[in-house]
Design a binder for this molecule. Structure first.
Ligand code: NAD
Length: 303
């Protein structure tokens, strides 16, 4: 008798409790959105200080949303009450979905999955927010490739509408459907991407940013003219260099390397000037200097 693949694994139970690993920029935003939409959420990081800082950012984020009329003030306290934080994986025992939002490092993510597998329910789904690592390869390091999926949130999570959903080669359809349903419950829109390097958004966005840096290197325009040209000429809300500083130039370079190596095509070679900025430690907003200098009152172009 042929065993139907769908029956080989415990059936998925409705998602009510969500675990998030990594309380950085993305994990914090994901936790905020998930809690606001009625899900219980456990947030884990390596130490409590980072978790406390994340809770502060979530409180501030919710307060801003209330100010802008996007969130009802009465919804804030219940959302905050749904969040628990800790450094012990045991708190994930009851979660139906685990979302990895830890740093973009494959070895680290593998270790995190091993720690998760040791405690989570056999039917729980593991999702990763990786921007660039192969979902199929990450899934293969777990005991449940059929319950493993990519859920690529955009930054900043509370503001951005899109979540890219990426199936690995072994991801089962019921896993995909459960995650798709959740995206709707979070008030977001899903786009399904195949498991190719950098998926859809970054595959298109990063080469554009890289080309803007070449345009700068070749002296076709300066920082200001390139950003102004793309804002006024292509109706982009931010110029490509301003956007690169926002994403982080190290992250931009890492994604270009993923495209270059993963697709084996010289058209993705990172611009030498981008590499130079990263070597200088000028990583954009987070280090106060990138294509703009953020140390004063207003950002000043560095070229
Ligand atoms: P970040 O550096 O802001 O946060 C990473 C967090 O992971 C930190 O708080 C760190 O302490 C924590 N961490 C590190 N090791 C850990 C461990 N062993 N256990 C638990 N937590 C650990 O990074 P980020 O920008 O939030 O990115 C997180 C993930 O989201 C990455 O996979 C990244 O590729 C992806 N992503 C980032 C963006 C973006 O624009 N920043 C967008 C989409 C997806």
């Amino acid at each position: 008798m042929v065993v139907e693949p769908e029956t080989q694994h415990p059936p998925i139970t409705p998602i009510e409790r969500i675990g998030v690993v990594g309380a950085g920029q993305m994990g914090t935003g994901i936790t905020q959105v998930v809690a606001l939409n009625g899900f219980d959420v456990h947030l884990l990081d390596v130490d409590q200080a980072r978790l406390d800082a994340a809770m502060e950012r979530i409180r501030a984020g919710l307060a801003r949303q209330v100010q802008r009329g996007l969130v009802d003030e009465d919804d804030v306290a219940p959302a905050l009450a749904r969040i628990t934080t800790g450094t012990d994986y045991a708190m994930f025992r009851d979660s139906e979905l685990l979302i990895d939002a830890a740093s973009e490092n494959e070895d680290l993510k593998r270790k995190i999955f091993q720690s998760l597998i040791a405690v989570i329910k056999p039917e729980a789904i593991i999702a990763t927010n990786t921007s660039s690592i192969s979902i199929t390869r990450l899934a293969a390091t777990t005991d449940r490739p059929e319950r493993f999926i990519g859920m690529h949130f955009m930054n900043p999570v509370p503001r951005m509408q899109l979540i890219e959903i990426i199936r690995g080669i072994a991801t089962q359809d019921d896993t995909y459907q459960a995650v798709r349903k959740l995206v709707g419950q979070l008030g977001k829109q899903a786009v399904t991407a195949e498991d190719f390097p950098a998926f859809i958004v970054n595959r298109i966005l990063l080469p554009m940013i890289n080309e803007a840096v070449y345009t700068l290197l070749e002296g076709v325009g300066n920082v200001e003219s390139i950003d102004t040209a793309m804002k006024l000429g292509a109706n982009h809300p931010m110029g490509p260099l301003e956007l690169a500083d926002f994403i982080g130039l190290d992250t931009c370079l890492a994604i270009m390397m993923v495209l270059y190596d993963g697709l084996n095509d010289s058209k993705y070679r990172p611009c030498p000037l981008l590499i130079k900025y990263v070597e200088a430690g000028w990583l954009g907003r987070k280090s106060k200097r990138g294509f703009y200098d953020y140390r004063g009152e207003v950002p000043v172009p560095t070229r």
